[in-house]
Design a protein around this ligand. Structure first.
Ligand code: ATP
Length: 235
């Protein structure tokens, strides 16, 4: 058996000041080429789970990428490799172009030696394919529609080098059907593109059809009995 790209063991998360965990003992492995769908009813903890996976929430349990923990990588470097793209990035200050340039200067990104110009060209090309015109990159995030902001945030995550596991939270929820299909197709192709560092995706969706189209595996979070909290019921 080849070593898993990404491994999660007994992941348990408790909301601050709550007694019982939101979810507990979640364990799964992700292999190269996987598009792992995360399902579960609204409010069961899917977004919180993705935030734990990219070390944005405090959790118990063990998460590792190629056998190394976030602390062993150093958290900023780990977050570049296990990259979380939120559903709604509209709270960001400034413009998407400013954001792309700032993220490009981070030490954890500089390790990949991509020029700023290459990163910009790559992001503009991908977003244009997703019907985002270049002028939108210089508009304030607050002036963008939900769907525009969502596609631009995805283009930034995919175009900057370094991500190995991409965590996407309902990445097409604000898009019409035709645009959604384009974004979907681009995302699932990433694992096979020689120029992409991405080896697997973990993808939250509420759509059965989308899960069927893009997923290679499905994990379902379900509420247990009594105060058990949410746990993983299928893999
Ligand atoms: N830091 C926190 N403080 C308070 N409540 C929190 C915190 N983190 C998560 N929650 C709560 O945990 C629950 C799960 O939230 P989460 O966004 O993970 O659910 P979800 O399954 O992604 O929902 P949806 O499908 O509606 O997007 C919610 O009730 C949320 O308010």
């Amino acid at each position: 058996m080849p070593e898993a790209v990404f491994s999660v063991k007994n992941l348990t998360y408790t909301i601050p000041n709550e007694k019982e965990p939101l979810f507990h003992d979640v364990s799964f492995e992700v292999n190269k080429g996987d598009v792992v769908i995360i399902r579960g009813p609204s409010g069961c903890g899917k977004t919180t789970l993705l935030k734990c996976l990219s070390h944005l929430n405090v959790y118990s349990g063990r998460i590792s990428l190629f056998g190394k923990t976030p602390k062993q990588y150093g958290v900023p470097s780990y977050r570049t490799k296990v990259c979380y793209v939120p559903q709604r990035p509209s709270m960001l200050p400034g413009t998407p172009m400013g954001f792309l340039k700032t993220v490009h200067t981070f030490k954890s990104r500089q390790a990949y030696h991509t020029s700023e110009q290459d990163a910009i060209e790559s992001a503009l090309k991908l977003s244009e394919h997703w019907n985002i015109t270049s002028d939108l990159w210089d508009k304030d995030w607050t002036g963008l529609s939900g769907g525009e902001a969502q596609r631009i945030a995805l283009a930034v995550a995919v175009s900057l080098p370094g991500a190995v596991v991409l965590l996407v939270d309902e990445p097409t929820s604000a898009l019409d059907e035709a645009t959604s299909e384009k974004v979907e197709n681009s995302l699932i192709e990433l694992c096979d593109l020689p120029e992409s560092s991405i080896e697997a995706l973990i993808w939250i969706t509420h759509s059965d059809e989308q899960a069927e189209r893009v997923g290679t595996r499905t994990l379902t979070l379900e509420k247990g009995t009594g105060t058990e909290g949410v746990h993983l019921v299928s893999a």
